[in-house]
Design a protein around this ligand. Sequence first.
Ligand code: ADP
Ligand code: MG
Length: 256
Amino acid sequence: MQSRQPLLTVQGVTLQYKTPHHLITATYRVSFDVMQGDRFILLGPSGCGKSTLQKAVGGYMTPTEGEMRLKGRKITQPGPDRMMVFQEFDQLLPWKTVKQNVAFALHASKRMSRREAEEKAMEYVSKVGLASFADSHPHMLSGGMKQRVAIARGMAMEPDILLMDEPFAALDALTRRKMQDELLKLWDETKFTVLFVTHSIAEAIKIGNRILLLSPHPGRVKAELNSTTDAQQAIELEQHIHQMLFSHEPEEVEHA
Ligand code: ADP
Ligand code: MG
């Protein structure tokens, strides 16, 4: 039975970078809940703190204000319950094959035997359509194929939540669309939970069921929206989001 408790709660989270001369506030008091099986999107312009939020959920940054909880446990460090997939094509180990890249983390962190890890790795390599490249090295693969391996590696760990930071942003338009379709197909099969970062409104609507819209730097929650699979509604939603992102509302003024 699906729990009605959120899987991930982000409560009033402010994230800052301290540099020798500056204190940079990346996000300001951001709150949202991700439910089991959500395809939850963080959407906003470049620099609004999407990657910073992902890093904090990943356990690589500590909020200066607020807290994040996964299954009720406060996030304080990275763990195999949160696997990350990045934009860069060089996130694989170049000296390992496709299968070894996927099996490596399984064997290292899950105390699986090498053989069990390889079996599970093959299962996920097949899921992303790369069974015939299992023994190839990353340099033999296209960008899209490398991203498939990174996704297979993340999914094979069967994390509570998959963290994807603009995973398709460096791909050409056709490959990108294909990868979006494939991700949705994988979701239909396994109903994993994903926190997906993008600055593309169209991608957010296509991939997500929920969309958190962040304002420009520092990122604050501007709106939380349901996505749609209806083509006409998607066009309207895209226009609506576009207006919200690019409207310059005056700051709230307190009356004397
Ligand atoms: P996004 O992913 O939405 O493009 P980021 O989370 O990467 O945005 O960055 C948010 C803000 O934090 C930006 O102003 C950026 O310059 C700043 N920032 C990001 N990483 C660092 C860092 N390592 N040190 C200092 N400032 C940073
Ligand atoms: Mg980013």
